[in-house]
Design a protein around this ligand. Structure first.
Ligand code: C2E
Ligand code: CA
Ligand code: CA
Length: 432
């Protein structure tokens, strides 16, 4: 007889059941394993096969999970897209790995009767309490963090031994802090000039986010962007960066002419419905002509979900906004990629530039990128220029623009105004 369908269990019940399993193992001096099963892209599945068929697949999964559970194991339905297999009384932690392997096979076996090509997509997070000290809450959180880690690395199974509880906890705290900081307007945009290698004048500047934290001081992006990205706060952060950047641009000296600003946009923002509209709205709010805004997306973003990103980037370009492909060469670029690249500019990844003088292979790669860019009418920026020799090398090789510490480090708003005023030979034109 098929087991009864699993009901969504309240958080309190889930924790109580996990606690019971932990207590049982603890008494026997054994370990407890917890496997969190996350069904990915459930919404997309529903859209493509319909609600009833998607539910059929979920029911198959529940039955198969109950089928593989031993008498002491517990299968819990946390939410529509999350299940837990709790494995108490482990003889050794390896047993939980075996269970994870079995789960993956069972998930793969869940198929629609009407179409065998349709399968569930999933990710697992594995956590083990082998010291008998974990609470239910902590064990579950470990498994959740393990799934996030796996998602970031593009892996199917994440293991909680790759992280510590501190990481998960500090991540949650940091997320709350980011939200607070956004509310308090603590994020700033610092600008790093881009230099035209022919005229040796700035052609624009890249806006880079900085967090003026009340107790930590100035926090660089790599300390908060990964958390902002994971928690979804990146969307709000990007809109804030775009608006601050455009507002600052309106205060640049008039002598700058059309010199523009570049804003970095991550995948989660680019793929948001209404992204282009919001960009155009921001331009109109600040009365900035679209040609003065460049949207930088990394090569990896432009390549993943190519169809969607092509469409978004093309629409932006049609509206007059410039598009720049960041960190070029670091992803999966193929030569055919050049053919369809919906961009005005590519920025060669710093990794190829930094050792250019001494590394023949890097020079060959850069020369090839420049040559192809020429053929396809793309501007080429060399990033991460730190010394005169490299600057002259990229200039000789035919790069159009250079950016790097040699030219200038990213600087706050007041300084970029002075920098630009000086570069364009004018006195500061700030009002007041
Ligand atoms: P990126 O877009 O590749 O930005 C260039 C990074 O290289 C900046 O680091 C810049 O300060 C640094 N850099 C510039 N010249 C040199 C150089 O000569 N040598 C070296 N070693 N580094 C140089 P930063 O400001 O720490 O930003 C790091 C990354 O954070 C950026 O990489 C970008 O991916 C991301 N980021 C920054 N601001 C934003 C933002 O507003 N939104 C989003 N989504 N990402 C942002
Ligand atoms: Ca960038
Ligand atoms: Ca870059």
């Amino acid at each position: 007889m098929a087991p009864p369908p699993l009901q969504v269990t309240s958080a309190r019940d889930v924790l109580a059941q996990i606690d019971a399993g932990l207590a049982e193992s603890r008494e026997a001096g054994r370990a407890t394993g917890l496997i969190l099963i996350q069904i990915d892209r459930l919404n997309e599945l529903r859209i493509s096969v319909g609600l009833a068929a998607a539910e059929q697949l979920q029911m198959q999964l529940d039955q198969r999970l109950q089928g593989l559970a031993r008498s002491r194991d517990r299968v819990l339905r946390i939410s529509d897209d999350q299940r837990v297999l709790l494995v108490p009384m482990l003889m050794n932690p390896g047993q939980v790995e075996l269970a994870a392997g079995k789960i993956l096979r069972e998930i793969d076996a869940c198929r629609l009767a009407s179409d065998h090509s349709i399968a569930l997509q999933s990710r697992l997070g594995v956590a083990v309490d082998d010291v008998g000290k974990c609470t239910a809450e902590a064990l579950l959180r470990h498994a959740q963090a393990a799934i996030s880690l796996a998602a970031r690395k593009g892996e199917t199974v994440g293991h909680a031994h790759d992280l510590t509880e501190i990481v998960a906890e500090s991540d949650i705290r940091l997320e709350a802090e980011i939200e607070r900081g956004l509310g308090q307007g603590e994020f700033e945009i610092w600008c790093q000039p881009k230099l035209d290698l022919v005229t040796r004048l700035p052609v624009g500047a890249e806006g880079l986010v900085r967090w003026r934290h009340p107790s930590r001081g100035l926090v660089p992006p790599d300390e908060f962007l990964p958390t902002a990205e994971r928690s979804g706060r990146i969307v709000q952060l990007t809109w804030s960066a775009l608006n601050i950047g455009l507002q600052q641009l309106t205060q640049w000296p008039a002598s700058c002419g059309d010199t523009g600003i570049a804003i970095n946009v991550s995948a989660s923002c680019l793929y948001q419905a209404g992204f282009v509209h919001q960009v155009l709205d921001a331009l109109s709010i600040w009365s900035v002509p679209p040609q003065r805004l460049t949207i930088e997306v990394t090569e990896t973003v432009a390549m993943t979900n190519a169809e969607l990103s092509d469409r978004v980037l093309r629409t932006l370009r049609e509206a007059g906004v410039r598009v720049s492909i960041d960190d070029f060469g670091s992803g999966y670029s193929s030569l055919s990629y050049f053919k369809r690249l919906p961009a005005d500019e590519i920025k060669i990844d710093r990794a190829f530039i930094q050792d250019l003088i001494h590394d023949d292979a890097d020079r060959h790669i850069v020369a090839t990128i420049i040559e192809l860019s020429r053929r396809f009418g793309l501007n080429v920026v060399a990033e991460g220029i730190e010394d005169e020799a490299t600057l002259e090398c990229v200039a000789t090789m035919g790069c159009d623009v250079a950016q790097g510490y040699l030219i200038a480090r990213p600087m706050p708003h007041e300084q970029i105004i002075d920098y630009l005023a000086q570069a364009f030979g004018t006195v500061d034109s700030r009002a007041g």
